[in-house]
Design a protein. Structure first.
Length: 559
């Protein structure tokens, strides 16, 4: 029965299709060939369009140096181009000629020698790649013009010194590079006071003063993206960009766009230099696939973490006016204990004791490694020169040693008030003078250590001073909670093992200080006292310690 039914069913289907159906069925092989040919043309056009787009990409390195980054960029573009060409040939899509060349690369470099070298580097790299991959080389001239390399300052235009302005960067698709790293302490010595002052004024509303120099390249790249003059940027920075003042530029990046790629802390070893850097890729927010330290993450914070965003923490009113940067002397005011002993015993014709202006002095090293028993000449915050000169021997020391150090500086206060410390921190002095003791911690330390001091000891600027004297406060600061918070808010040094930088504004004034009950406060205070006693006995065993009284003339209300 089945054999009888099948022919009938087939005939019925043919009849139902009609003559047109039969013609379509007979023509199907030709149609398939035509569709295949059209698909081939479309695939070939996709390859062609992609190669054309590759040949139009523009890449800028705004601190190109001798051209290393641009050299690598060109190599990668050429490799991708060859991969696409080979793909087309392997599928019989037709041959395509390479179009990627040095003309797509743009560089900015302030050094004339490096500027010329960068152009040569890029062209040689291009010729090497063409030769190594058996592509025919151009005839004459071997090297073409490279007008897209500019010899100029990338972050400030001083062609009219009276009116500094931002230089124009070319419109490109991508910005890459390794901007120069220069920390806060070296800005003026390396660049000069006049240059730094103009730079600060030009970027005053965007970059905090004394951010790392590389932050200015980050801000310029961010502005290019916000203005639609670039699509993406990928820059290197010192890993310190994750914290402190430098982090503000990454906050701006996150506000107007998004950080989509980052390596938060990476070894960078090159030509004998060994540093730790951060790699940061950012755009206008278009990229949604985010990668941090090689792992996909839902978000990347301005401190280059993906957990709770502590960069959103704000200064709290209850923790202000407690922690201070201490005294900045800007000169050799400090003296050894032997010199201090001699000066303290020397009389003045007016009867004033030198102990009025000679006090014990400590810095971070003394806190961490034990006291060296240094003293310092300190004429206070605003003592007139005539009054300071009444203390003859201390004043003579400052005149002989400090005056030559201060006479050549540009800052008027440093130069004209050479007998006074540069930044005597009057508010800190006022806040601690009524306390029987106060707390200090080194700004830079591998381990966070807090220690008690008593007046009239004067801490150096490398020490943070806390105007508190209670044990509970000491205990909270030594807690793990505060340690974790301070590490997240502070700035890491070269590598994590070297420690981190503690700053009053970010590490302490943003810290959500607990409000313990009376019982909790008593328990914390008791634990803190025990900790301090144990540590002091361990550092200074009674059987190894000898106390001596240093006697010298003093004023009625002096030390």
């Amino acid at each position: 029965m089945d054999n009888l039914v099948r022919p009938v069913d087939r005939q019925e289907r043919v009849a139902a299709q009609g003559v047109g159906g039969v013609a379509a069925a007979l023509a199907s092989p030709q149609k398939k060939a035509s569709d295949k040919k059209n698909a081939g043309h479309q695939a070939d056009k996709l390859v062609y369009d992609f190669l054309q787009r590759l040949g139009e990409i523009k890449v800028l390195d705004p601190a190109c140096g001798s051209g290393n980054f641009l050299y690598v960029t060109l190599q990668k573009l050429k490799d991708l181009e060859k991969e696409v060409i080979d793909y087309g040939l392997s599928r019989n899509l037709g041959g395509h000629f390479p179009v990627v060349g040095p003309g797509q690369l743009y560089g900015i470099e302030v050094s004339e020698y490096a500027h010329d070298l960068a152009q040569m580097t890029v062209w040689i790299g291009y010729l090497q790649w063409m030769h190594d991959h058996a592509y025919s080389l151009r005839n004459e001239p071997i090297l073409g013009p490279a007008d897209n390399f500019k010899c100029m300052d990338a972050i400030i235009d001083l062609s009219d010194p009276a009116n500094p302005k931002e230089p124009e960067w070319p419109e490109v698709d991508f910005i890459v590079g390794n901007p120069p790293f220069l920390g806060t302490k070296k800005l003026r010595s390396a660049l000069g006071n006049e240059y730094v002052d103009r730079l600060f004024a030009l970027y005053a509303d965007r970059i905090p003063n004394f951010s790392d120099l590389c932050c200015y390249w980050f801000e310029k790249a961010r502005q290019q993206i916000e203005d639609g003059k670039s699509g993406r940027a990928g820059l290197l920075a010192t890993q310190g960009i994750r914290g402190g003042l430098s982090r503000e530029v990454l906050k701006r990046v996150a506000t107007t766009g998004r950080i989509f790629f980052a390596e938060s802390d990476r070894d960078w070893v090159l030509d004998g230099a060994s540093v730790h850097v951060s790699l940061v890729g950012f755009d206008d927010g278009s990229e949604t696939n985010l990668v941090l330290n090689g792992r996909p993450v839902p978000a990347i914070n301005p401190d280059l973490t993906c957990s709770a965003d502590v960069t959103l923490a704000r200064v709290l009113t209850q923790t202000t006016k407690i922690a201070f940067y201490s005294d900045v002397k800007a000169g050799t005011f400090d003296i050894s204990s032997d010199s201090a002993a001699r000066l303290l015993l020397q009389p003045n014709p007016n009867g004033l004791p030198n102990s009025d202006v000679l006090v014990p002095w400590i810095n971070g090293r003394d806190v961490l490694q034990g006291p060296r028993h240094y003293w310092i000449v300190d004429f206070g915050t605003d003592t007139p020169m005539e009054d300071a000169a009444r203390y003859e021997s201390p004043f003579e020391h400052v005149r002989r040693v400090v005056l030559p150090q201060r006479s050549g500086v540009n800052r008027a206060r440093y130069r004209d008030y050479w007998w006074l410390h540069a930044e005597p921190c009057a508010e800190m002095r006022e806040r601690v003078k009524s306390l029987h003791r106060f707390l200090v911690t080194p700004i830079v330390s591998k381990y966070r250590v807090f220690s008690w001091l008593t007046s009239p000891t004067l801490p150096d600027h490398a020490v943070v001073v806390f105007a508190r004297s209670d044990d509970c406060f000491f205990g909270v600061l030594h807690s793990r909670l505060h340690e974790v918070w301070a590490r997240a808010q502070g700035t890491q040094l070269r590598e994590r093992e070297s420690g981190f930088r503690y700053t009053p504004t970010t590490c302490f004034e943003t810290f959500p200080f607990p409000e313990p009950t009376a019982e909790q406060e008593a328990a914390i205070a008791e634990a803190a006292r025990e900790l301090n006693e144990l540590r002091e006995h361990w550092l200074n065993p009674p059987e190894w310690t000898r106390e001596e009284i240093l006697e010298f003339p003093g004023s009625a209300d002096g030390p």
